[in-house]
Design a protein around this ligand. Structure first.
Ligand SMILES: Nc1ncnc2c1ncn2[C@@H]1O[C@H](COP(=O)(O)OP(=O)(O)O)[C@@H](O)[C@H]1O
Ligand SMILES: [Mg+2]
Length: 263
């Protein structure tokens, strides 16, 4: 495995002064000897990955290399063929991690068209949590749109609704499978900033699958390159946040892009 570390990784959840001490702190994820087959097709092979609590990971790699499969296994939406995925709570917080603590956001926002924006965000939550869900809608800048139907929103607003819905469950882990892939460039930048802001505030562990290397450098603490079912390279991103597209940024971006192209 190539480790092109640019320096020591610092766990954001432990050092970030912006994190609200009452916020849910992310879970640590330990993946050991993970294999996934679909019939004879080997998709993931002997994959080991240790993700720190509150870390922001980006996963890049060519189409079909197993990124979504890995995310589905972490989300418990599918079973691995062999190997283990373990979760650990950080410090004094709740011990057991259940699938309720993990939320996934996809490219398609998957909103219910017959429910208002606000009801979509409150979906599946007990009544006592509805006010919290509504305040999440405010955090993503959609308070004024609460009573509208999803069809009355733009693509970016729908994705913000999906983000508010995911975060209203106070997840310990947020999995993002190319959530910004269908958005225009400017909306994408806004969404990246919003995801980074809420991640910093809430401290959940984030895993973002993206085909956009620039997005990976913009958001991640660490970038993982998947190839032929395992991790072929890792890049530590120790650029200060919020990140500027300066020389160090574009150099790292080029380095990651070259590695992806070489797979
Ligand atoms: N349910 C499934 N049944 C059979 N093959 C699958 C299934 N899901 C994914 N695959 C195969 O696994 C490989 C990895 O898919 P995926 O994880 O979706 O890739 P990525 O997200 O990196 O583009 C592909 O070759 C795909 O065809
Ligand atoms: Mg995919």
């Amino acid at each position: 495995m190539t480790d092109l570390s640019l320096g020591r990784h610092v766990n954001e959840a432990e050092t970030n002064p912006d994190i609200n001490p009452n916020a849910v702190i992310g879970a640590e994820i330990l993946i050991e000897q993970l294999y996934k087959y679909y019939g004879d097709v080997k998709v993931l092979e002997d994959l080991d990955l240790h993700i720190q609590a509150g870390e922001f990971i980006a996963i890049v790699g060519r189409s079909g290399c197993g990124k979504s499969t890995l995310l589905r296994l972490i989300a418990d939406l599918e079973q691995q063929s062999y190997g283990e995925i373990k979760f650990k709570s950080a410090r004094h917080l709740r011990e057991g991690i259940t699938s309720d603590d993990i939320r996934v956001m996809f490219q398609d926002p998957r909103l219910l068209p017959w429910r208002s924006v606000e009801h979509n965000v409150q979906l599946g939550l007990p009544k006592t949590e509805h006010a919290n869900a509504s305040s999440m809608l405010e955090k993503v800048g959609l308070k004024e749109k609460a009573a509208l139907w999803p069809t009355q929103l733009s693509g970016g607003q729908r994705q913000r609704t999906a983000l508010a819905r995911a975060l209203s469950h106070k997840p310990r882990i947020l999995l993002l499978d190319e959530p910004l892939g269908a958005l225009d460039a400017l909306t994408r930048l806004d969404m990246q900033n919003l995801i980074e802001k809420l991640w910093r505030e809430q401290g959940f562990t984030a895993i973002l699958v993206t085909h956009d290397v620039s997005e990976a450098v913009q958001l991640a603490d660490r970038i993982i390159l998947l190839d032929k079912g395992h991790i072929s390279a890792q890049f530590q991103v120790n650029l200060p946040r919020p990140r500027q597209k300066n020389l160090a940024f574009t150099e790292l971006e080029q380095q990651v892009l070259n590695a992806v192209l070489a797979t």
